[in-house]
Design a protein around this ligand. Structure first.
Ligand code: 48H
Length: 271
């Protein structure tokens, strides 16, 4: 076998060219999702599948957020109906326990969910932290995010961020709801008050989290555990159905809202 010979400078140039083409392209998006955990990846899958230009920024160099840690590092996670339908759709094998309750392998769950989102057309960028939002007044709206290398942040270097625009921004950062938290602090006009997550009450937490997933301020959406933080809901422990259904619900809300906005824009342009 003859391995193709590529010189070092060509390697560098191929990487730089392809990277900068991508960054130019995803500086403007339909949707930016912050966090590649279960809710962010599920939202990315359904948004990209619907044809929306979707970019996910993930702080770490891996996918899956809390999926990989399972429960106390055990490699199994509980999923309940109807979230099993999402897993069947993306080919994750389920071990059936009782009616409507299943257990899955965490590694298979995170790999296949990320693959589904990427295959549907979502772009996932690792090693990038979102540390702020962009907004506009009249009408007041979140219109994008500020991004910084995670490594820069870890080194506590004073470096200004780059800005990325989006018609919708999804906070899927988990328990800390980092994006909504910064928006509530820096843009008080948005009127976001964060009561904080409550202790565990699994039976009710899942339903409430899914129901209350969605837009928290114009252009800014909450998915997954960010919803429990922002809406003051109880946590549910290592059961992940609500994370998938929350991501799906946010995707459906965004698809509907963006359609309604573009219809309003078209009729305003006609007048
Ligand atoms: C870029 C960021 C930033 C940032 C964070 O924690 P996650 O898995 O979040 P969810 O909500 O999709 O899933 C929650 C689930 O894992 C969980 O913790 C459950 C169900 N707990 C129940 C309980 O009772 O405890 O993923 C969030 C992702 C992570 O990968 C972070 O690295 C990433 O977001 N992230 N990425 N910029 N500012 N903040």
């Amino acid at each position: 076998m003859n391995v193709k010979q590529v010189d070092e400078i060509k390697i560098t140039r191929y990487i730089l060219k392809a990277t900068f083409e991508d960054w130019m392209d995803f500086s403007v998006n339909d949707v930016v999702i912050v966090g590649a955990g279960p809710s962010g990846l599920a939202a990315a899958y359904y948004l990209a599948k619907a044809g929306l230009k979707t970019t996910v920024f993930e702080r770490r160099l891996s996918f899956g957020g809390g999926i990989g840690g399972g429960a106390m590092l055990f490699h199994k996670i509980v999923i309940e109906s109807p979230a099993d339908e999402v897993l069947r759709e993306i080919g994750v094998r389920l071990q059936k326990f009782e009616d409507g309750v299943y257990v899955v392998d965490s590694s298979e769950f995170m790999a296949k969910l990320a693959t589904a989102a990427i295959d549907a057309g979502a772009k996932i960028i690792h090693g990038v932290t979102v540390d702020d939002v962009i907004f506009r007044e009249n009408p007041l709206r979140v219109t994008g995010v500020a991004v910084e290398w995670t490594a820069t942040q870890m080194a506590s270097l004073h470096v200004d961020p780059l800005f990325i625009s989006a018609k919708a921004v999804v906070d899927a950062t988990g328990h800390d709801a980092e994006v909504i938290s910064v928006a509530s602090r820096k843009i008080p006009e948005l009127g976001i008050v964060i009561p904080g997550e409550k202790s565990a009450y699994s039976e009710v937490a899942e339903q409430l989290t899914v129901e209350q997933s969605g837009e928290v301020a114009p252009g800014l959406y909450a998915a997954g555990m960010a919803v429990t933080e922002v809406k003051g809901l109880p946590r549910m422990g290592p059961i992940f159905g609500a994370m998938l259904l929350s991501g799906k619900k946010v995707a459906e809300d965004i698809i509907q809202n963006l359609k309604a906005n573009s219809a309003t824009l078209k009729s305003a342009q006609k007048e």
